[in-house]
Design a protein around this ligand. Structure first.
Ligand SMILES: C[S@@+](CC[C@H](N)C(=O)[O-])C[C@H]1O[C@@H](n2cnc3c(N)ncnc32)[C@H](O)[C@@H]1O
Length: 194
């Protein structure tokens, strides 16, 4: 992997440090997620590629004891700088690469909910990423993945490359006992259970 690969921490770090921001979490998307969530009751939740931390903070508000991880130090610093996230308040933040770092460095061994929003598209080895997420999921837990899918934008749209291909969608949904999807304009939300 070169440092120019989208999967590389250096690539994302440069974008975050340069002020790049991503599609905000909206009310409709939150409602779609909440359709699949049971009350948090202080159970552990994990957001993979948390960026500025909005989704992790939302899980925390729903009663989950949440950890947000991202490979970009600037993204993690931004997430941690949020006023509600001081020590003892809000999610725990870790700068980690989900594809390579030791998962034992995480605060919990198993998570009732794992989320990953706008990240799957950028992972080089998707099957390995999914294996690692599966290993972290508690029995009966929810893996919530939000990604753009191909074919939703006009052929001339320069952002067409943001969508995952049907083959990549198949890799994502293979091997789960429950798969639910919900569409939100160019995005598809996947609720996956082992
Ligand atoms: C398009 S942004 C989305 C950020 C956030 N999830 C959101 O919805 O706003 C993709 C994020 O995934 C992170 N990321 C990409 N590959 C990663 C990896 N292998 N391990 C951890 N984080 C990763 C990037 O640093 C970036 O913050």
């Amino acid at each position: 992997m070169t440092t120019e690969s989208p999967a590389a921490a250096a690539y994302w770090e440069r974008l975050w440090a340069d002020g790049r921001r991503y599609r905000q979490l909206g009310d409709t998307e939150i409602r779609l997620l909440e359709d699949h969530l049971r009350p948090g009751r202080a159970r552990p939740a994990l957001d993979l590629g948390c960026g500025d931390g909005a989704l992790a903070r939302h899980l925390e508000q729903l009663g989950y004891r949440t950890t947000g991880i991202d490979c970009s130090p600037s993204a993690v610093a931004l997430a941690a700088a949020d006023q509600d996230s001081g020590p003892g308040h809000g999610p725990v933040w870790r700068c980690m690469d989900i594809t390579t770092d030791d998962l034992n460095a995480l605060p919990d061994r198993a998570y009732a909910v794992i989320t990953s929003r706008l990240v799957y598209r950028w992972i080089d080895d998707k099957a390995a990423f999914l294996d690692r997420a599966r290993r972290l999921l508690a029995p009966g837990g929810l893996f919530w993945v939000v990604t753009e899918i191909s074919g939703r934008r006009a052929d001339t749209d320069p952002l067409q490359h943001l969508g995952i291909t049907p083959a990549e969608a198949e890799i994502l949904t293979a091997g789960w006992s429950v798969v639910h999807t919900a569409d939100l304009d160019v995005l598809r939300c996947y609720a996956l259970r082992p």
